[in-house]
Design a protein around this ligand. Structure first.
Ligand code: NDP
Length: 617
């Protein structure tokens, strides 16, 4: 058994990760397999340190002045002028200039940041918790610079203790390599140092499984398709009241049409072709666990324009889009079959994937992983299957289905123009889809891309649920007209715009911040630093509630349903379902963020107590 130098309970000095600064710590335990000590700083922060980063108290000269603060965070918080006597600091009489010594310190600190391993630890629910260190507990204003005389100290402590931006700590050699890679094809990926990666990918232990674990996901996988067909059948009834349940069930063979499946495949492959077109900017995604950053081409909006041109031309040549309406259930079945086959393929594909490419949500259980997705970013060459499915066939398909319903409404109801209700639903949802495609890059920081794998959940959600359930209001209006007056329409439009402004501003603020934390446009916002190198916004939209984007999305969802009137609850299914989805999603995200950011996240929750609805929830 390898020997250990320090005993539990011993008081020593531990190096602050990424710096040359040593602070008094107590040894809590030692892990013989990883050879890491768990230590506790005076401010309660617990970290794992290597033996080399721990020194006995006797190896330090005691400071006489009381200016040394006893904990790293308190010290940074006070931004004291005094400098800790770290072993790396040159003696006072050194002939090197102050700036040269500062640069040397910074250089050394950078080297150390890259070497330090901040092992993510599980946050335990009670008192003696071990958490990832979450740097700066007090929110600071990013443009809140220290007074001139303390600037050198501030810079040193900032650079050495945090990873403020992802690029600032990249070694030059690597930067040059990255530039070379950037200039090559998009299939190449870039690497970032281990200390800058978002979070460790360790498959979730069985006890942490979401969605009710294995039985839960099994029921969801069986139940969702059944539920979808029941809803569509209900909506087709002349009286879609819930009292008319169950609807008349067609035979399964009536629902299957090979030609419909062929049309669906054609649609899917046309979208794939548009995705492959070498137009649009190529950007990098968030860093992965192995340090790579995948590249993504942003051409969703172009795909939408091209699709509109194809649909417009088809209409011009007399192609009957009403075929989609009259075979709506068959299309839903074709999409479901496709999503299931794709999920099987994705699971099989993931079996060849190295562990580093598995999603942090995967568990090792076949059923659960089939649902949540085992592999994070399955690709065929440069073709990213998840990224493609998230915004293209389903989302653009939703808009086309809405258009089909608009034409069907005119045909079925013998109208010369679509109803105001149908126009409102179509335009609101068109705005939503165009917005998502225009801001395609924002997808790269969402849970779907950075956390969930690509399995049945997203395949079914993206390819079936979105186009066939989100178009539900338009489908409903075809056979259940609702006349909306202009004053009522104006109120609904105002509601929709309010929701949209909240949704868009919140998402854009977070994306701009994640893209460039030192963006001068965001300099007025307050933030909390975390040890991962990322910070959390605590003012602006993200200081209003913890998920302002969900709030905006839900307000918009209500505005989509209101044009359908109040005769039936069915068109409100989307709002009810979406509220449940986002409340559940918020809880999932909360759990992930607590794990990622520990104490800093708890501080954020204290400062911003409401999750989605101010003063309610
Ligand atoms: P978010 O875009 O809200 O992303 C959550 C992540 O944001 C967190 O994990 C965290 O990641 C980061 N974050 C959280 N709080 C802060 C903060 N204070 N400061 C900075 N970063 C923070 O969640 P989703 O991916 O769920 O949603 C994206 C959008 O998609 C939303 O607008 C949502 O409404 C919409 N949506 C729509 C659906 C639909 O069916 N129509 C379904 C699901 C979502 P990190 O710190 O790692 O960056």
């Amino acid at each position: 058994m390898p020997s250990r130098k320090f005993a539990d309970g011993e008081v020593v000095r531990g190096r602050w990760p990424g710096s040359s600064l040593y602070y008094e710590v107590e040894i809590l335990s030692h892990d013989s397999s990883s050879q890491l000590y768990t230590v506790k700083y005076k401010d309660g922060t617990e970290l794992e340190l290597k033996e080399n980063d721990i020194k006995p108290l006797t190896s330090f000269r005691q400071r006489k002045s009381g200016s040394t603060s006893s904990s790293p965070s308190r010290r940074r918080g006070s931004r004291s002028r005094s400098r800790s006597r770290s072993p790396g600091r040159p003696p006072r009489g050194s002939r090197r200039s102050a700036s040269a010594s500062h640069q040397a310190n910074v250089k050394e600190a950078r080297k150390e940041v890259l070497a330090v391993k901040l092992t993510p630890l599980i946050l335990k629910p009670f008192g003696n918790s071990i958490s990832r260190y979450n740097g700066e507990p007090e929110p600071i204003k990013r443009n809140d610079m220290p007074p001139k005389h303390t600037q050198e100290q501030f810079h040193l402590s900032q650079e050495s203790s945090y990873v403020p931006t992802q690029h600032s700590l990249r070694p030059r050699r690597e930067e040059i390599k990255l530039k070379e890679l950037d200039s090559k094809e998009e299939k190449l990926v870039t690497k970032v140092p281990a200390s800058l990666r978002t979070f460790e990918v360790t498959p979730s232990p069985m006890k942490d499984l979401e969605f009710g674990g294995v039985p839960g996901v099994f029921l969801i996988m069986l139940g969702l398709p059944v539920f979808l067909f029941l809803l569509l059948l209900m909506c087709r009834q002349r009286d879609p009241s819930l009292l008319n349940f169950p609807p008349h069930l067609p035979a399964l063979y009536d629902l299957w049409e090979t030609r419909v499946f062929g049309v669906y495949l054609l649609w899917f492959f046309i979208q794939a072709l548009f995705y492959l077109l070498p137009i649009g900017k190529v950007v990098e995604g968030m860093p992965l666990i192995d340090g790579r950053r995948l590249k993504y081409r942003l051409n969703g909006f172009y795909a939408f324009i091209l699709t509109s041109a194809v649909v417009g031309t088809s209409l011009f040549w007399g192609v009957e889009l009403s075929y989609v309406y009259s075979h709506f259930l068959q299309f839903a079945l074709a999409a479901t079959v496709f999503a299931v086959v794709l999920s099987v393929y994705l699971y099989a594909h993931s079996l060849k994937a190295p562990r580093s490419e598995l999603s942090p949500a995967s568990s090792g259980n076949a059923v659960y992983d089939f649902f949540i997705g085992r592999e994070l970013n399955p690709r065929i060459g440069t073709f990213d299957l998840k990224y493609f499915c998230e915004l293209r066939p389903g989302l653009i398909g939703w808009v086309v289905i809405n258009l089909v319903m608009l034409l069907a409404e005119m045909k079925v109801q013998g109208r010369t123009a679509p109803s105001l209700a149908m126009i409102l639903v179509n335009s609101f949802q068109l705005l939503y889809v165009v917005d998502a495609l225009w801001n395609e890059e924002a997808l790269l920081t969402t849970m779907d891309i950075i956390h969930d794998g690509f399995g049945f959940m997203l395949a079914f959600g993206d390819l079936v649920w979105v186009p066939f359930i989100y178009s539900f209001q338009a489908f409903y209006l075809v056979n259940h007209p609702n006349e909306v007056s202009w004053p009522v329409a104006s109120l609904i439009i105002v509601l929709k715009l309010c929701g949209y402004v909240i949704f868009r501003c919140a998402n854009s603020q977070k994306n701009a911040f994640r893209k460039n934390p030192s963006d001068p446009k965001l300099a007025h916002l307050k933030i909390i630093h975390t040890s991962t190198g990322k910070s959390l916004l605590v003012s602006g939209w993200w200081g209003f509630v913890r998920h302002p984007n969900y709030l905006g999305d839900l307000i918009m969802a209500l505005a989509w349903s209101l044009p359908c009137g109040f005769n039936h609850i069915l068109p409100y299914f989307y709002v009810i379902y979406f509220t449940m989805l986002l409340v559940h999603r918020e809880a999932r995200d909360e759990r992930h963020c607590k794990k990622k950011y520990g104490v800093a996240w708890e501080k954020y929750c204290q400062r911003v107590p409401y999750r989605i609805f101010p003063y309610v929830y």
